[in-house]
Write a protein that binds this ligand. Structure first.
Ligand code: GLC
Length: 490
């Protein structure tokens, strides 16, 4: 590993900051409304031909941007971004409560995409789930409770909860979504109850309930009874849902070497309330690569639970968020980190981190993705490597260490080295490869065949890794949420 000198490092950090502040953030009426997904036309060649919707402000891509801005003390920009999204929250009958995937300025107005313009008409559920989370993180970091108790904010939260907590045709506490409803926004067999959506659901319910609680406590007697009663009702419902969801995720998604052996020996065709194989899953659906992947110490949250069709693929972001939001216990977090360490040649390789493992190949790729050339095996969402994911892992590790202590896991190769090496890879390769969106191939050494360059969340992700590792590790508390017990004490 060739270490970049301190001076070079500072030059790269300054470059990233100026790209973010001067090129990626966009203004409307003199105020920043968010950052576009990729900075077009810095280079004439790659981005200029066809930018599709990469010139738009995506809520999802703005999460690392806004977290970085919060750490950097740019509170007004974050608040204005939250307000802008809130104004765009749908009030239409069929989509009431959803936040847009992205938006763009056209003739001095913001035009939002709720899925009606997206490729394949995909609607991003994660964007809606991220809004209450970012709102909570903003209030927590700034202490701006006056913003939290604004009527518009509370009404936005109400609309959000009405969208989520309603009668449905199923009993499970998970959110059922179509294929591609999150960062992986193309057909990849991630329909039903994909992990990333469920962990975001957990955090968004927690965040929404906490923000309602602030309002209930602050405005004790001044609000109309109906409004207050409805808030209290939604609060209670959200807390009950949270408890069920956490239990459900730990029961159905968490696997390790021991639980797999139990799963493999379950009977099928059981009927009734107290059975061991609720989803009638056949042993043959449990893939053999898990033996090596898990080892004796490893554990992780699987990709999806559906009747007869669990998805054992490993999804990096959903797992990192499961740890960051404390859905899995400290002990389970250690198992998860140990799994990352064990499989570092796959997950980190030459460009951390791989988005999911293993990729869909051959007939699976043909049938499931519909011959999607962007998602060829080892490319893009299908096993590609995304530098914008590393900061989540870094945050999860540092946060663990600051809360639960030492993290030395069997063997000599420690996390400090893993994190430092990964950071050095970003330092060395990202400026060279123009802050590309993603990298292809089993090791991630090739720039993605259709990757945008000057991708904003690549830049913001790098700045966050630098911030956590080199400036202030204590900032890894930025995504801390309250826990169910604290919420209940009201
Ligand atoms: C692609 C990605 C999506 C991202 C968007 C903008 O559609 O799949 O996750 O939000 O680009 O960068």
């Amino acid at each position: 590993m060739v270490k970049t000198s301190h001076i070079e490092e500072q030059i790269i950090v300054n470059l990233a900051r100026s790209l973010l502040y001067e090129k990626a953030l966009v203004k409307l009426d003199g105020q920043f409304v968010g950052a576009k997904a990729a900075i077009a036309k810095i280079s004439q060649n790659i981005n200029s031909k066809e930018d599709l919707n990469y010139g738009e402000v995506f809520i999802r891509d703005n999460i690392p941007v806004m977290i970085y801005l919060l750490i950097d003390g740019q509170y007004e920009i974050v608040r204005h971004f939250l307000n802008t999204c809130l104004e765009l929250q749908s009030t239409e009958f069929q989509t009431r409560g959803i936040f847009p995937t992205s938006f763009i300025e056209v003739d001095h107005h913001l035009v939002a995409d709720y899925g009606q313009r997206a490729i394949g008409r995909i609607c991003s559920v994660d964007a809606t789930l991220w809004w209450p989370i970012l709102a909570y993180l903003y209030v927590q970091r700034t202490g701006d409770q006056d913003w939290a108790i604004k009527t518009e904010v509370q009404i936005g939260l109400q609309r959000f909860l009405e969208l989520i907590l309603h009668p449905q045709f199923r009993d499970a506490p998970t959110l059922y979504v179509p294929d591609g409803a999150f960062m992986i926004d193309r057909p990849m067999d991630v329909w039903g109850n994909p992990l990333e959506i469920q962990v975001l659901l957990y955090a968004s319910l927690m965040s929404a309930a906490s923000l309602i609680k602030i309002d209930l406590e602050k405005k004790n007697s001044t609000q109309s009874d109906d409004f207050r009663q409805f808030q209290q009702h939604q609060f209670d419902y959200a807390v009950a849902w949270l408890k069920r969801l956490k239990r459900y995720l730990l029961t159905h998604y968490w696997v390790n070497n021991k639980t797999i052996q139990v799963l493999r020996r379950r009977p099928t065709e059981q009927y009734g309330e107290s059975v061991t194989n609720e989803y009638n899953i056949q042993t043959e659906t449990i893939p053999h690569w898990l033996q090596d992947w898990l080892g004796s110490q490893g554990g992780y949250l699987i990709g999806n639970i559906r009747t007869g069709r669990p998805d054992f693929r490993f999804f990096t972001l959903g797992n990192c968020l499961g740890a960051i939001f404390d859905i899995i216990s400290p002990e389970q977090q250690r198992s998860l980190f140990s799994l990352f360490l064990r499989n570092r040649h796959s997950l980190f390789a030459q460009m951390p981190l791989r988005i999911c493992h293993p990729p869909l190949e051959s007939q699976d790729w043909r049938l499931i993705t519909g011959f999607d050339r962007k998602n060829l095996p080892w490319c893009y969402h299908n096993g590609g490597h995304w530098p914008c994911l590393l900061w989540f892992f870094v945050l999860a590790i540092l946060r663990y260490q600051s809360r639960y202590g030492d993290l030395s896991i069997d063997g000599s190769y420690c996390f400090e080295i893993l994190l430092e090496e990964s950071y050095q890879v970003l330092l060395e390769r990202l400026p060279q490869q123009k802050w590309a969106e993603y990298f292809d191939g089993p090791t991630g050494i090739w720039i993605g065949q259709q990757a945008r360059i000057y991708q904003t969340w690549t830049i913001a992700g790098f700045l966050l890794v630098h911030q956590f590792l080199k400036v202030n590790p204590a900032d890894s508390n930025i995504m801390n949420l309250p826990n169910i017990r604290t919420l209940e004490l009201m």
